[in-house]
Design a protein around this ligand. Structure first.
Ligand SMILES: [Zn+2]
Length: 428
């Protein structure tokens, strides 16, 4: 009934499994079931109907695509294959680890050559400054701006995030790191061009591919081609494509660490045109899936990667250092799950304060150790005023022309110290 040839199941899994031959070594399936059942509950399953799609049985990890997906038959990743995969990863020293029982098997060689004077030497760090906008018109198109009418303050999240990432990049490079930014200029997307240029050059080709993959329906394609205005194309198609491009760039870079940089708002403060008293630090890592979020084969592959590797555990550990540094240096309290509706409804709370599993495009698609950071609330009046000042001392050549604030410099410094503390702890 099931297809046991996993290599045909999906291309990326086939790559992961290439070279795996049938092994009949004895593996203790009961203990593996116990380990991965616990992990699914702890980090990955927000909605129990997921078990109809992915479950663990005596033979292995059992995948039954939902009825809506007829492109694929059910399959089982045999426990022997999981075991072999672990050995291949160890042999090839690729940056993936598997958990067996209580034992985390890691790849340490990669971090062995360190220089105490330059703690980040040989580290590859990907920084993803959230959003795109560098002006109010684009910020309104992506719905990422704060405008306090009384105080006459406007903040553009994309600009704050980019300035933070550029300041942080300079600091990390000074310590020996190789840093890649998914975008580095205001209004220029991760494709290296702005929305208008993308629309003129890549839009039709991207839409055809998305339609062929089944990501866009026939009706939606027609709408986008014939009726949609720029804002509709931007919101309904461009933003998702652009997010996928960020994930692709990061994965192609093979970073040791990925930091996604955002500035938060109080989600109950509609339109963000009046101040909130709230101000919290939080960070997201992968996990917390609902069953509908597994309707595409790519999503199921990501789920399995998060289940069978240590990506979530490493990301929680990294995020712990980031959240602690942000909270301490910026004097902003760490969020509890009761602090925001989405934390309670969409996330799974981890054992680390302020770190939550959340199934966002980047926490799902980016491989390896990741922290999706939300350092503070822009619509908190104190923060809003501090962020709107143009009192930074960083040269404009560093921020690519963005005039920014001391508060943004403090956020970059807090991220920097969190990264340094994590790396030092990891390689004493
Ligand atoms: Zn954001």
């Amino acid at each position: 009934m099931y297809k046991f040839i996993i290599a045909t199941w999906c291309l990326s899994l086939a790559v992961m499994l290439s070279g795996v031959e049938a092994s009949f070594a004895q593996v203790n399936s009961d203990s593996l079931i116990a380990v991965y059942t616990q992990k699914m509950q702890k980090y990955l399953v927000k909605d129990n109907s997921i078990y109809k799609i992915i479950s663990l049985c005596k033979a292995g990890v059992d995948i039954n695509p939902p009825e809506s997906d007829t492109s694929e038959l059910g399959s089982i990743i045999n426990w022997n294959v999981v075991d072999d995969l672990l050995k291949i990863q160890l042999k090839e020293k690729i940056n993936l680890t598997f958990v067996y029982g209580d034992m985390a098997v890691g790849i340490s060689e990669k971090y062995s050559i360190r220089d105490s004077l330059k703690p980040l030497l040989h580290y590859k760090i990907a920084l993803d400054p959230g959003h795109i906008a560098g002006d109010l018109a684009t910020a309104k198109m992506e719905k990422k701006w704060v405008e306090m009418k009384k105080a006459k303050i406007q903040l553009i999240e994309g600009e704050l995030a980019l300035a933070t990432a550029l300041i942080l990049k300079k600091k990390l490079e000074a310590e020996g790191a190789t840093v890649m930014l998914t975008r580095d200029k205001p209004n220029i997307s991760s494709f290296g061009i702005d929305f208008k240029k993308w629309k003129d050059s890549l839009f039709h080709k991207s839409l055809d591919s998305a339609y062929a993959r089944g990501d866009v329906s026939f009706e939606e394609r027609n709408f986008l081609l014939k009726k949609a205005n720029d804002t509709e194309i931007f919101r309904r198609f461009f933003l998702l494509e652009e997010m996928h491009e960020r994930a692709r760039k990061i994965n192609e870079f093979h970073p040791d660490l990925t930091l996604v940089i955002h500035y938060n708002v109080d989600e109950t403060n509609k339109n963000w045109n009046k101040p909130t008293k709230k101000d919290f630090v939080m960070a997201f890592v992968g996990g917390s899936f609902s069953a509908e979020e597994l309707d595409k084969p790519e999503a199921r592959i990501d789920f399995l990667r998060l289940l069978l590797t240590d990506d979530i555990e490493h990301s929680i550990e990294f995020s712990k250092y980031i959240v602690n540094s942000l909270s301490e240096k910026l004097d902003v309290p760490v969020a509890l799950d009761s602090c925001a509706i989405y934390l309670r409804d969409n996330c799974i709370t981890t054992s680390v304060n302020g770190v939550f599993c959340r199934n966002l495009t980047l926490t799902r698609m980016v491989k390896g150790t990741l922290c999706y950071g939300e350092s503070l609330y822009q619509d908190n009046i104190k923060e809003c005023k501090a962020l709107s000042k143009k009192d930074a001392s960083t040269p404009l050549s560093v921020t690519n022309g963005i005039k920014t604030s001391k508060r943004v410099e403090e956020v970059a410094k807090a991220y920097y110290e969190g990264i340094i503390n994590y790396v030092k702890k990891k390689t004493p």
